[in-house]
Design a binder for this molecule. Structure first.
Ligand SMILES: Nc1ncnc2c1ncn2[C@@H]1O[C@H](COP(=O)(O)OP(=O)(O)OP(=O)(O)O)[C@@H](O)[C@H]1O
Length: 309
């Protein structure tokens, strides 16, 4: 069952394609990551899904039946990049205002506002004005305003940009809780660690086009031909990288103090030779880990550039 299907979506600004033939589907209850560098087209995509921006062509289907944004808008919770709360309202007044737009009133409205403030850890600040909040607290308030009406699909556009680690963790935990409570989530970011941590499936976008999509581990293991050995030594060996580089199947080696990172071709078994080389050069191995590369490496490999500027 799909909560959202996007088919062949296009949007051009001044002859430049911001979104260039994008298609993807999000399953009910999934956290779906949209990953891409600045200017990739993530916000434009999200704006079209939420009805803030008109599409040039393509199809957006909500819950497998609805194509009219005015019909399904009430089931969306949108957290835009720019924080949209009223500075002179208290936290309670802000959440209450946004939730009342969905026709909730009286006791039910109060229950929902308190639940959203509780959920975002802001209940003890409910009578404080938004203008007195820190950046992280404002982001959490923004989230409370977007979820009080219990949307089926929550769209979050870079919700952790420029906030302190505590609020960042709070938001990431909240996303996981919202999923547990039954919501589906679209999460855009250019922080690949966040996307790797919380998303079930991802779509990597660059210059308005999808360059990879699917489950994170599948993307990493299918698209890249190499894995990484991380070896921790008990001692430091000068120039060990020069010896390891000579092993057939090794792409690259980097050494930091007594830790060696070795990118190697998945199709060639280099482990025995790697261990022998370290041993023959006087190394004592403390641990070895065989790991998939990061999403950053996938992006670098596919586009030749880094995700972050
Ligand atoms: N209203 C607009 N008018 C003209 N060009 C626009 C407009 N909105 C976006 N663009 C352009 O479309 C492209 C995609 O922008 P978009 O904001 O969707 O990217 P993004 O992936 O969300 O980037 P960021 O992470 O920086 O927000 C960029 O080249 C941008 O300059």
């Amino acid at each position: 069952m799909y909560i959202l299907q996007v088919e062949n979506l296009y949007k051009t600004y001044n002859h430049v394609a911001a979104v260039n033939g994008v298609s993807f589907s999000i399953k009910q209850g999934e956290i779906y990551g949209l990953l891409g560098p600045n200017g990739a087209g993530k916000s434009t995509l999200i704006k079209m899904i939420s009805g803030i921006e008109k599409k040039d062509s393509g199809k957006i289907v909500f819950d497998e039946t609805q194509t009219n944004i005015n019909r399904y808008k009430k089931h969306l919770g949108i957290i835009t990049q720019d924080i949209a709360v009223y500075p002179s309202f208290t936290a309670y007044e802000n959440v209450s205002f946004f939730c009342s737009l969905y026709s909730f009133k009286g006791k039910e409205l109060k229950r929902r506002v308190e639940r959203a403030l509780e959920f975002t850890g802001l209940i003890e600040y409910k009578d404080k004005k938004a203008c007195e909040f820190s950046g992280g607290m404002l982001r959490r308030l923004h989230l409370a305003c977007a979820i009080a009406h219990t949307p089926q699909l929550i769209i979050m556009d870079e919700p952790t940009v420029g906030i302190d680690p505590q609020s960042r963790n709070h938001i990431l935990q909240s996303v996981k809780h919202l999923q547990k409570n039954g919501a589906s989530i679209i999460y855009t970011s250019h922080y690949m660690e966040e996307v790797e941590e919380i998303c079930d499936e991802i779509c990597i976008i660059d210059k308005g086009k999808i360059i990879a999509k699917g489950r994170t581990d599948d993307i990493k293991s299918n698209l890249l031909k190499y894995n990484i050995y991380t070896i921790v030594l008990k001692n430091k060996i000068e120039g060990i990288e020069n010896h390891i580089k000579k092993i057939k199947g090794v792409y690259s080696v980097s050494v930091k103090e007594n830790e060696i990172m070795c990118n190697y071709c998945k199709d060639i078994n280099i482990l025995q030779k790697l261990v022998n080389t370290i041993f023959n050069n006087g190394g004592v191995i403390e641990s070895i880990k065989d790991e998939l590369p990061t999403l950053e490496s996938v992006f670098l490999d596919l586009t030749g550039k880094k995700l972050r500027d």
